[in-house]
Design a protein around this ligand. Structure first.
Ligand SMILES: Cc1ncc(COP(=O)(O)O)c(C=O)c1O
Length: 420
């Protein structure tokens, strides 16, 4: 085999086709996509409204380079994201191709914002230990995900990472830890605080208490620190609102989105920002020092625009909320039957549960049994330190219907039974 898959010593089955919430392998076996791939395929597969649109766009315009032309497709998508953003606060979009790139660009914009405001020493970040922000060196420096960091530790920046327990420590203690971290480096050196509204792969749908972000934003404002919300997983409908931060009623200065933006139909992500962030850069150098050959790709932008249209037209956020609540209550029922499921949490269709970390290998075993039973679920880490490989994310497409949801839950229970 020449193509490199994650595990070099495993033979992977080939996917032959996919439709709706199902993926079919080369032998014709169906798998219910209970994780939307990597929490990505929000419209499911081969969506009947989207495919003809993509084909039409392909005939019109595929690619132009961003330093030579603007495109109607990118303009419209930026306008749409602005309109969807809380209180129309995210006035500008910088398009990239992956969540990682959106975070790298967010870091650069934050640093540049302070440079253009005459504070070039503000180049550090504060983050949380339970976090994953991307795989390149900059984004990985922000991430606490031990497994993904460890080989490169020597080369990564050591930003102060908050380790307070988001669910169990008092908010007062968490804010005190934040203030202390800021003090250690000095607020005059910190460009931004970076956080996922709900922690995905590095926390199994872990979320802080209601007042958390308002308090942290106030601390950021007090010390002239920007707030970057990493909404790569939570953004654009996954938690039942367009932006995850809406659950906390707090607005970030810079927001990274990805995954559900292209919904698996196009590699596209974006760094969104407020007018406050863009204004000094526009007035100063007039150039954001980031970008990629494929940034603002018209075919990807047009696809993303149609994805957002479909989510709206088909009232899919309502389905996310309803099916999310149904799955959550079913997971609580399963927890009563299978004590190996220790924690259940989540919002919308970003649901997760943590397995007993004392039973080594349980996560891999459950995922394998689900796979054999035709169900795809997504691994995450959990535990006190965020280093236990014991988490599972359940995040089917927004389009999932009642009988498919029951099938998902049935296959999950069957697999839990086999593993117990
Ligand atoms: C919260 C978060 N940020 C960033 C990323 C990186 O995105 P990508 O894999 O598209 O580069 C991910 C991917 O899982 C993520 O969940």
């Amino acid at each position: 085999m020449h193509n490199i898959q994650p595990n070099l010593n495993k033979t992977y089955l080939k996917a032959a086709s996919a439709k709706g919430v199902y993926i079919y392998d080369e032998n014709g076996k169906a798998y219910l996509d209970g994780s939307s791939g990597a929490v990505t395929c929000s419209l499911g597969h081969s969506h009947e409204k989207l495919l003809p649109f993509i084909k039409k766009q392909l005939d019109k315009l595929q690619f132009v380079y961003r330093s030579q032309f603007a495109s109607e497709e990118a303009e419209q998508l930026a306008t749409r994201l602005y309109e969807l953003s809380p209180d129309k606060s995210l006035t500008h979009s910088f398009f990239v191709n992956s969540g990682t790139e959106a975070i790298e660009t967010a870091m650069k914009i934050a640093i540049q914002y302070w440079q253009e405001n005459g504070k070039p020493e503000k180049t550090h970040f504060t983050t949380r230990k339970k976090s994953y922000h991307g795989i390149t060196m900059g984004a990985l420096s922000l991430s606490g995900h031990a497994l993904r960091r460890q080989r490169f530790e020597a080369m990564l920046e050591k930003y102060p990472a908050l380790s307070a327990d988001l669910e169990n420590d008092s908010l007062e203690d968490q804010v005190a830890e934040f203030e202390k971290a800021i003090d250690t480096i000095g607020p005059s050196k910190i460009a931004a605080f970076v956080a996922e509204p709900m922690v995905g792969a590095a926390g199994t749908a872990l979320a802080p208490v209601n007042e958390y972000y308002a308090c942290f934003k106030a601390v950021c404002d007090k010390h002239e620190i920007l707030f970057i919300a990493d909404e790569v997983m939570t953004g654009l409908g996954r938690t039942g609102t367009w932006f995850g931060m809406e659950h906390w009623g707090t607005q970030a200065d810079i927001v990274a989105v990805g995954k559900s933006l292209g919904a698996g139909y196009a590699p596209i992500a974006a760094t969104l920002m407020t007018d406050k962030v863009l204004a000094p850069i526009k007035k100063g150098s007039g150039l954001i020092m980031s970008g990629h050959t494929y940034s603002g790709h018209p075919l990807s932008c047009a696809t993303a625009l149609k994805v957002l249209d479909i989510v709206e037209e088909d009232d899919l956020l309502d389905n996310v909320i309803k099916k999310g609540a149904y799955i959550k209550s079913a997971l609580y029922d399963l927890q009563k039957k299978y004590p190996v499921m220790q924690i259940v949490r989540g919002k919308g269709l970003m649901m997760g549960f943590e397995l007993d970390p004392a039973i080594k290998g349980m996560q891999a075993k459950l995922i394998e049994h689900c796979y054999q039973n035709g169900l795809l679920i997504y691994p995450a880490v959990g535990g006190k330190e965020g280093t236990d490989e014991n988490g599972v994310l359940i995040s089917p497409p927004f389009t999932i219907n009642k009988s498919e949801t029951d099938e998902l839950l049935g296959k999950l229970e069957q697999s839990l039974k086999e593993c117990s």
